[in-house]
Structures are given as C-alpha cells and as structure tokens.
Design a protein around this ligand. Sequence first.
Ligand SMILES: [Zn+2]
Ligand SMILES: [Zn+2]
Length: 91
Amino acid sequence: MQYQCPQCPKIFPKKSSLDAHIKRMHSEPLPATPPATPTAPPATKSKFEVKKPPKKVVEAALYECNACHAELSKGQNPCPNCGEEMNWSGL
Ligand SMILES: [Zn+2]
Ligand SMILES: [Zn+2]
C-alpha cells in the first residue's frame, strides 16, 4: 500500500512518512486572500469645485438716443442716426 500526498505527487510507503511529509512540506497555511493591493484613495471632489453662474452676455447697445431712440454705444456722440447731440456727462 502506498500513500500519495494529497497535495503533491510524492508517494510514501508508510502513512507515517506521508504524515511527516505533509507536516513538513505542506503545513504552511495557504493565504486565504491574495495580498491586498494598495488602492488609491477614492477620488474626492475638490472643495473648490463651485459652479460659476454663466456669464451674462454684455449687451453692446445699452443706450438709446433721446430723440430717435436709436441704439447707441456709450459715449457715442452725436447720434449717428439723427445727429442729436448726446450728453454723456450725466451718466
Ligand atoms: Zn506533498
Ligand atoms: Zn438719434
């Protein structure tokens, strides 16, 4: 009767030899889980990630002629539409 090691192909003529072999060669407990791999910390959202409100499109023409109500740029004088003198000093 031969005794084969259940964990390797070695064969032993005596049970005691097999037991000794197992104790000597296979007593190391197998690691239950693979070594933990270092995991990167979860990506945290930046504190400074603040959503900015969309910039308002600045309208080019904010003023209009007092006489003809044509759109004027600030400081435009006289009115290109009617020639009226604009007084921008009051702004
Ligand atoms: Zn063995
Ligand atoms: Zn005008």
